[in-house]
Each structure stands twice: as structure tokens, then as C-alpha cells.
Design a protein around this ligand. Sequence first.
Ligand code: FMN
Length: 350
Amino acid sequence: MTDLFSPITMGALSLPNRIAMAPMTRNRSPGGVPTALNAEYYAQRASAGLLIAEGTVPDPSGYGYMDIPGLHDARTQEGWRGVARAVKARGGHIFVQLMHMGRISHPDFLGGAQPVAPSALQAPGQVWTHAGQKDHGTPRALAAEEVAPLAATYGRAAALAVEAGLDGVEIHGANGYLISQFLASNTNRRTDEWGGSLEKRARFLLAATDAAIAAIGGGRVGVRLSPGSTFNDIHDEDPEATHAFAIAELAKRPIAYLHILDSRPGWDVAAQARRLFGGTLMLNGGFDRARADAAIASGAAEMVSFGTPFIANPDLPARLRADAPLAPADTATFYRGGAEGYTDYPPLAA
Ligand SMILES: Cc1cc2nc3c(=O)[nH]c(=O)nc-3n(C[C@H](O)[C@H](O)[C@H](O)COP(=O)(O)O)c2cc1C
């Protein structure tokens, strides 16, 4: 029987199990450059079938949280080279998630410049900056001629990733960041070829995905979506139709996997994705071993990603396999700190 521990061929990779580590921002890469501590953290978790490293900015205009990594120049690439080397030394596989934050930013992260977004609509709420909590900045709408070059930065970052020794990239189309701001009708009020109909709202997602495919091949490109999520003030007029279109378009492309964050009560997001997407489907959101095995055995998904369980359980696959209890994570150190709450969670005693 196929379960979480069955090997799988996913795109260009052969993975030893179907457990992925979901991308998680940990705010420990000052200046956008991954460090030796980040390399140690990912290497500790290399027994995952696939590590998906945290949201990483493909262009300097995409920063918006403190000390998150980038991948857009020689310095940031060098940091990722160290991460790739450490993970490979443990026999692991690692993608990096490409995240441009769009309007969920603040001029403090952008040298005083305004954040960019599909439309000039400020997000409610606040963001942590080095000078404390501040309201999200009011973005400026991208000019029509700026949009395609911004999508192309996902291709450039993908090329830098593979050159640095990473296995591929995940396009972050979830959770209300730039791509999801283009997808949703409340954040995309454009009337040019990048907004309006759902086909036009999906264009940026597809352009970014196609840029990455052209750069490194579809077998090294995954895409993440969060259908129906309202995180970061996303309120699409018809999220089911928007995502049905986006998923059907992605299904025409030779991508390595589609990663669905299923957080929407009352609409079977996972079943919609399964119906429309015949490739490797990865599900995420509150899974434990029993639910994950059931999803794989039933064919609802080929892979399952785990987020928070990986924070405090670096050897999560071994613990799941042994049905060992999971250590609880300390939420106070999710988004700050050095080694504490990061690389100091021990594996199970041998
Ligand atoms: C500390 C933390 C940081 C996160 N950062 C990201 C991120 O950078 N990109 C992303 O797509 N999701 C991010 N997420 C969401 C997780 O990838 C995942 O979807 C969520 O934790 C639900 O999965 P779980 O129930 O297995 O934890 C983050 C979650 C946590 C707890």
C-alpha cells in the first residue's frame, strides 16, 4: 500500500518519502542573506522527502518582513549555496519558495520607496518593522510595462537557485502576497491586460510560473495556492472560479507539483484540486500521520506537507514512522531569535 513512506518521482526528483516541510518564514537572514545557522536548520530537517525553504524575495521590491531572505544577486545566492551544500551533505532535497510581498510591505523595507501592487489599495493591519509595528504602506499600482519584467524576476531567481545547488523553486501564489493580490478581485482593480476578468487576474501567476519553467524546466518548479483563504485581506468575489481557472491552467504545464493550503471550511478545496490537476498534488494544513496516510492511500494527494510540526521536530519523518509523540513548538520564537527555538530542538534520542 502506498503511504507517507513510499518513495516518489516528482518532476525531476526522486524522493525517498512523501513528507514535505512546508515553507515557513523564520526571520533569521539579516540583510536578505541566508547564514550558516539557516544552513544548519535546514540540514537538521533533511530527512523530509522535500524541504521547501521559506518565502524568499526574487526582487528587492518584494521585501516586507524583517530579516527574510532574498535570491536576486550574488550575495543572496552565495547564502543559498551554503544552505544547499549543507542539505546535500545530508542527502536531502530542497526547493526555495519565491515570495514577493507586494502591498504587505512597508517603505522601511524598501529604502523609503512605496510598496508595489496590482492596485493602489492599502492592506488593513500592521507589519513588524525594525522600528516597531507600523501600518502597511499604501502601495502604488504597477505600471503596465512594469508587470512582465516583475514576473520575469521569478525566472531569474529560479536560475540563481539551481546554479546555487538548490533543487528547484516553489512559486508562492498563496496567502495574500503579490501573486495572490493579482488573483483576487478585491486587490486587483486593474483594467489592463493584468486585471478585470479572472483570466486576466491569473496572468501574473502564470507568467511567473512560465518564467521559472523556461529558466530551469518544469520538473523543478512547484506552485502554491491557498484557495479561499482570506489571509492578508484577500476577498475574491468568486474564489472557487478563480482557482478552478488557475489550477486548470497550471495542469497544462509540466510542473513538478501543485501545493494546496487547505484552510477553507465549507468548500472541498482539495477535491477541486484533485479533479482539475492530474500531476503530483501536495496537500497542507493541520495534517497528522493518520490523515496524511489516508489522503495518500485514497489518491486524494501524492504528497503531504507539514509546517509547525517540523519546527520542534527536526526528525519528523522518523517520529511519524515510530508513532512517537511530537514535541510542541514555542510560538514566541517563530519569527525572531537566533539558535533558540530554531536549531536547538533535539531529535529523538537514539
Ligand atoms: C512560522 C510560520 C511561518 C510561515 N511562513 C510561510 C511562508 O513563508 N510561506 C508560506 O507559503 N506559508 C508559510 N506558513 C504557512 C505554512 O507553510 C503552513 O501552510 C501552515 O503552518 C499550516 O500547516 P501546518 O498545519 O502543518 O502547520 C508559515 C507558517 C508558520 C507557522
